[in-house]
Design a protein around this ligand. Structure first.
Ligand code: GLY
Ligand code: MN
Ligand code: MN
Length: 467
């Protein structure tokens, strides 16, 4: 069994996508923590049941620093080893391709290991190939233990990603060390807040694939309407496109018919489609480089908005326009949310739904208003759908927008079916309009403008695609 296998080297010129950008990313991280060891794991498999694992996706911080995004990164660890008072040498600890022959202790893995064996899960690079792919010094993962038990410089670990690594590096009861690890997570989020041109192009690709997926869904509406679980049909159609053109959906697709749209993260998707109601579809394709779109459209399943659906939809659209209009470098991150909420509050006051003035409703402590809007109006977008979530408040939520940031603007109106403050005709309407934008030198560019937003444009879009 161990003989008569031809050599199958990877092409010598193959590199990970974006490999030219990773040295500068690591240098920025290195500069924040001079003289300290920095440990960034890709993460471990999570058991689904018995000998089945959930599909693996490496941690975004690891992928950003190495360019490695594949399912074969299970358990791998990037270590930035201090080279002196300043500077680090990056070393990638990985599980290389196991040999088929010879007397290597790893030989049995090749044939028998269902998690790592090449006949089970496919080929991995060997140490030299991984070095060429990434430009990093590579070491066998089995040698990481020695490093972590030898003489220890001050060490920061990206905690909560790889439980075995957390245990191996645990310093029980040392609150100071835990705080240091939290600071590494925050810095890794903050370094990713501004996207470079290559990353913006990846996000545009994610958006373009997502547009294809939304168009597939419109074309599939007649079949979905016939199916008793039409929401699932929609999810499946979108996810087919996501998987075919990218790595898959960047988050669980939300396909919500009628009042299901009043549940923010309706991912059960087990309802039928009601032809007289709206469908809220919140979905995004993640590229193979792990950048995701996050887009929502709310459409009339009949192809035409009813007067009350139109009234509610146009209020959300006006709120979104106001939010988008507030995007510019130097604006507070919270400005676009406030701009959108003002429009919604004034609209609800005009409809007589608010029993207080829009001004009173907009006060921070007014719970009444939140009842109809549920969440804030957007978030950073990138390798994670809720990107850079560990960034400190002063750099993100309480910070200002900067050129190169990518974010969503997604106001919504969620009028619960059992909300007795509402006129009956408004109950059960759930509407969100979500677009992806990049902050430019003087404003913002709409990346998802290929999908229609206005009532007339949506109706025309449905009509055209359904012919
Ligand atoms: N799809 C999750 C969100 O819109 O934030
Ligand atoms: Mn979103
Ligand atoms: Mn979304």
């Amino acid at each position: 069994m161990g003989t008569a296998w031809a050599a199958t080297p990877l092409p010598a010129d193959r590199r990970v996508p974006g490999h030219q950008l990773t040295p500068a990313r690591r240098a920025r991280l290195s500069a924040v923590f001079p003289g300290e060891r920095i440990v960034v794991p890709a993460g471990e498999l999570k058991v689904r049941s018995n000998d089945e694992d959930y599909r693996f996706r490496p941690h975004s911080g690891y992928a950003w620093l190495t360019g490695l995004t594949g399912e074969d990164q299970v358990g791998h660890v990037l270590v930035l080893e201090p080279t002196g008072p300043e500077g680090h040498e990056p070393v990638l600890y990985l599980r290389p391709r196991s040999p088929r022959g010879g007397d290597s202790r790893y030989r049995a893995e090749f044939y028998r290991d269902r998690r790592y064996g090449e006949f089970w899960v496919g080929r991995r690079p060997d140490l030299a190939e991984a070095g060429r792919l990434t430009g990093l010094r590579t070491e066998h993962l089995d040698d990481l233990g020695k490093l972590l038990t030898g003489p220890q410089p001050a060490t920061r670990v990206l905690a909560g990603v790889d439980p075995a690594l957390d245990a191996a590096t645990a310093r029980p009861g040392d609150e100071h060390d835990r705080q240091r690890d939290g600071r590494l997570a925050a810095v890794l989020s903050e370094l990713r807040l501004i996207k470079d041109d290559w990353e913006v192009a990846q996000l545009q690709l994610a958006v373009d694939h997502t547009v294809n997926g939304f168009e597939d869904v419109i074309r599939a509406l007649p079949a979905a309407l016939r199916h008793p679980r039409g929401e699932r049909w929609i999810e499946g159609v979108f996810n087919l496109r996501a998987r075919a053109e990218g790595n898959g959906p960047g988050y669980d697709t939300i396909a919500a018919s009628g009042a299901h749209a009043c549940v923010l993260h309706w991912i059960r998707n087990d309802g039928a489609l009601d032809p007289g109601k709206l469908l809220l579809l919140d979905a995004g394709v993640e590229t193979d480089t792990l950048y995701t779109a996050d887009i929502t459209r709310t459409i009339p399943l009949s192809g035409t908005f009813s007067p009350i659906q139109r009234q509610a939809y146009e209020l959300v659209l006006a709120a979104q326009d106001a939010g988008i209009g507030a995007l510019r470098p130097g604006a507070s991150f919270r400005d676009f949310h406030r701009a959108a909420m003002r429009v919604i509050a004034e609209g609800l006051a005009d409809w007589g739904v608010l029993r207080i003035s829009a001004e009173e409703a907009l006060q921070e402590d007014s719970g009444l208003f939140r009842r109809y809007t549920l969440c804030s109006t957007g978030h950073m977008l990138g390798m994670d759908v809720h990107d850079c979530a560990r960034a400190r408040a002063e750099t993100y939520l309480d910070g200002v927008l900067e050129e190169g940031q990518v974010l969503t603007v997604e106001p919504g109106l969620y009028l619960q079916p059992d909300d007795e403050t509402l006129p009956v005709e408004l109950r059960g309407l759930g509407i969100r309009i979500e677009d992806d934008l990049v902050i430019t030198a003087d404003g913002a560019r709409l990346m998802s403008g290929a999908l229609p937003r206005s009532v007339a444009a949506i109706e025309e879009w449905i009509g055209t695609l359904l012919g």
